[in-house]
Design a protein around this ligand. Structure first.
Ligand SMILES: CC(C)(COP(=O)(O)OP(=O)(O)OC[C@H]1O[C@@H](n2cnc3c(N)ncnc32)[C@H](O)[C@@H]1OP(=O)(O)O)[C@@H](O)C(=O)NCCC(=O)NCCS
Length: 191
C-alpha cells in the first residue's frame, strides 16, 4: 500500500471514496451525503490543493491506482491557535480494513504534522459508535477530554462524540507508538 499526500489530480478518486464513507458510515462523519453531493469537482479539488498546503493536507492510501483510505489534517490559522492541529475524515474502505492501513495513514499524517514548527497538540472528534477508530486513536496516544452528547442528529437518531487530544510533549507519545523514531524533531521542540 502506497501512502502519499493527495493532490488536485486525485479529486475524482477522493470524491468517490468520500461519498462511499458518508454513505456507508454516516454516523462516523459530521458531513452528510447531501452536502457532499452538492460539491462541484472544483470544490473537491480545492480541498486537496488548499491555499496553504503545508498546514492543510489529506493523505491517501493506494493499492496500485486505487484509493483505499484517507485522513485529513488542518492547522488553526490565528496567532493564538497556530499550536493546534486537527484530524478529520479518517476512513478505510471496508475490504482493506484490519490490515494496518488506518494505522499507516495516520502514522504518515502525524509524522508530517508533528514536523510543523510550533505544533503542540492535535485534536479530533470521534463518534462513540466507532470502536475501531477509538481504539486506533488511543493506541497512538490520543486521550479523551470530553464527550458531546447528541453531537450528530441523523434522522431521529442521535450520536455522541468523544473529543480526543494528542499532546505532543516532544513527540514522546508517537515514539512510544512507533510512529516517530528517536531522532525525529517534533514541531513543538524549541532548540
Ligand atoms: C477506523 C478505521 C479507519 C481503521 O482502519 P483500519 O485500516 O481497519 O485500521 P488498522 O488495521 O490500521 O488497525 C489499527 C488499530 O485500530 C483498531 N482496530 C481496527 N479494527 C478494529 C476492530 N474491528 N475492532 C476493534 N479495534 C479495531 C486496533 O486498535 C488496531 O490496532 P491493532 O491491529 O494493533 O490491534 C476503519 O475501521 C474505518 O474506516 N472505520 C469507519 C469510519 C470511521 O469510523 N472513521 C473514523 C472517523 S473519526
Amino acid at each position: 500500500m502506497e501512502i502519499r499526500t493527495l493532490t488536485a489530480n486525485d479529486a475524482s478518486a477522493y470524491a468517490k471514496i468520500r461519498l462511499e464513507a458518508l454513505e456507508c458510515n454516516p454516523e462516523a462523519f459530521s458531513a452528510s451525503v447531501e452536502e457532499h453531493r452538492a460539491l462541484t469537482e472544483e470544490d473537491v479539488a480545492a480541498r486537496l490543493y488548499p491555499a496553504d498546503p503545508i498546514n492543510n493536507f489529506v493523505v491517501g492510501a493506494f493499492a496500485g491506482e486505487r484509493l483505499m483510505g484517507t485522513a485529513g489534517f488542518y492547522r488553526d490559522k490565528g496567532l493564538k491557535g497556530r499550536h493546534k492541529g486537527h484530524i478529520w475524515g479518517v476512513y478505510v474502505t471496508r475490504e482493506a480494513r484490519g490490515s494496518g492501513v488506518g494505522r499507516d495513514m495516520l502514522g504518515a499524517l502525524l509524522k508530517r504534522a508533528t514536523g510543523l514548527q510550533g505544533i503542540e497538540q492535535i485534536t479530533l472528534s470521534v463518534a462513540t459508535t466507532q470502536d475501531a477508530a477509538l481504539k486506533l486513536y488511543q493506541s497512538l496516544g490520543f486521550q479523551s477530554f470530553g464527550r458531546e452528547p447528541r453531537a450528530l442528529k441523523i434522522g431521529e437518531r442521535y450520536i455522541d462524540e468523544e473529543y480526543m487530544i494528542l499532546s505532543l510533549d516532544r513527540g514522546r507519545n508517537l515514539k512510544v507508538a512507533g510512529i516517530l523514531d528517536e531522532n525525529h524533531s517534533s514541531g513543538c521542540e524549541t532548540k
